[in-house]
Ligand binder design. Structure first.
Ligand code: ADP
Ligand code: MG
Length: 358
């Protein structure tokens, strides 16, 4: 099923929480809505589900406008953070509840329950009361209950937030595999960038009711359209500082401080230079050395196992870099930070938009 949102807005009383959301989702695509708490992800999902009414705009499934359809007529399956299972009923009864309402035969329900429960790895638990199951098992029942009706669209709202870190990573790949095998169009709401980056075909990044970018995970990461997208995606976050861009003898230079300019390669040279520019660079694209670069003092070193996160300070502004364990950088030491200029980003400091990718 294809999904199209055209100029969707939503206000609660007079407060506008969604600003003209436009979105097209292809048949079979897995799309994540990513953004901080309160940015409007759940509201958008509930409008697609038919639980909230849009204030204006059109929702289309394939080519049919569904604005007026109630949730049960929209051919959707939903999985939420609070599983909303019937805890006094067993797994079989939970899975087949919707089929029972549709007055399906016992044989049909048995067959569907068998297929779905085996796919979810809970085939041996059909007789078990849901209240007796672990969090991970309950999550599987909730997912199975959404899948058993063979919906055209699956909607997930932070479904893994209640699970511990290990199980979350496991369920992440399991949901992705099941979605891929079934080919059901899916929308997955999360505030967790790693979840969005690892699961989705495309990510819609939302901020304060505005969709700031809608693109593949690699484009969201490598070609962020706005400063918000650039700093929200990526861990540790992108470093940002004010710079001046200047042309000299046909070449572009980025001036970081008095007496410190670096040449900008043509691939990173903006066509138009706004009045005020912010430069962004990811921690992995910085190198800490002793000889050349911007002078910093090492503030702290945080080992993470794979990399050490090096936090440096210059005149009150902090920069984050990464170094492979075994380096000889010490806390309190004066160092020079150099930039991989092929990876640098530039933004209009006033509009907060990228001047490379818009
Ligand atoms: N039923 C409601 N009544 C009033 N305001 C609401 C309601 N639902 C959500 N909001 C507001 O809309 C904004 C977006 O909320 P929500 O979509 O739940 O964000 P997210 O899921 O991204 O955390 C928030 O400011 C929230 O307070
Ligand atoms: Mg939410």
């Amino acid at each position: 099923m294809r999904v199209n949102l055209e100029k969707i807005t939503k206000s609660f009383k007079k407060v506008e929480v969604l600003e003209e959301i436009n979105l097209d989702i292809k048949d079979g695509e897995f799309v994540a809505f990513l953004g901080p708490s309160g940015c409007g992800k759940t509201t958008t999902l509930l409008i697609i589900a038919g639980i909230y009414k849009a204030t204006s705009g059109l929702i289309k499934f394939d080519d049919t406008v569904v604005n007026k359809l109630v949730p049960k007529d929209r051919n959707i399956g939903m999985v939420f953070q609070s599983y909303a299972l019937y805890s006094h009923m067993n797994v079989y009864q939970n899975l087949t509840f919707a089929l029972m309402l549709q007055k399906k035969s016992k044989a049909e329900m048995d067959k569907a329950a068998k297929i779905t429960s085996e796919m979810m790895g809970i085939g041996h638990l059909l007789d078990r009361k849901v209240g007796m199951l672990s969090g991970g098992q309950q999550q599987r029942v909730a997912l199975g209950r959404a899948l058993i009706k063979k919906p055209g669209l699956l909607l997930f709202d932070e479904p893994l937030s209640n699970l511990d870190a290990r199980l979350r990573i496991h369920m992440r790949s399991e949901i992705k595999k099941i979605q891929h095998d079934l080919g059901t169009t899916s929308i997955y709401v999360t505030h967790d960038q790693i979840e969005a980056m690892s699961m989705a075909d495309r990510i819609a990044v939302m901020n304060e009711g505005v969709m700031e970018a809608y693109d593949t995970p690699s484009n969201i990461h490598d070609k962020p359209k706005t400063l918000f997208v650039a700093t929200f995606v990526g861990n540790p976050p992108m470093n940002v500082m004010d710079v001046t861009l200047q042309k000299e003898n046909g070449k572009m230079f980025m001036k970081l401080a008095e007496g410190l300019s670096i040449e900008v390669p043509p691939s990173r040279t903006p066509r138009v230079i706004p009045e005020r520019v912010k430069m962004g660079i990811r921690p992995q694209d910085l190198e800490i050395g002793k000889k050349q670069g911007l002078p910093f003092k090492v503030y702290t070193i945080e080992p993470t196992g794979r990399d050490d996160v090096i936090i440096c300070e210059n005149n009150g502004s902090m920069f984050t870099s990464l170094a492979t364990p075994g380096h000889d950088i010490k806390e309190g030491e004066n160092v020079k930070v150099s930039f991989n200029m092929d990876k640098v980003q530039f933004f209009d400091a006033d509009s907060k938009k990228s001047i490379l990718w818009n």
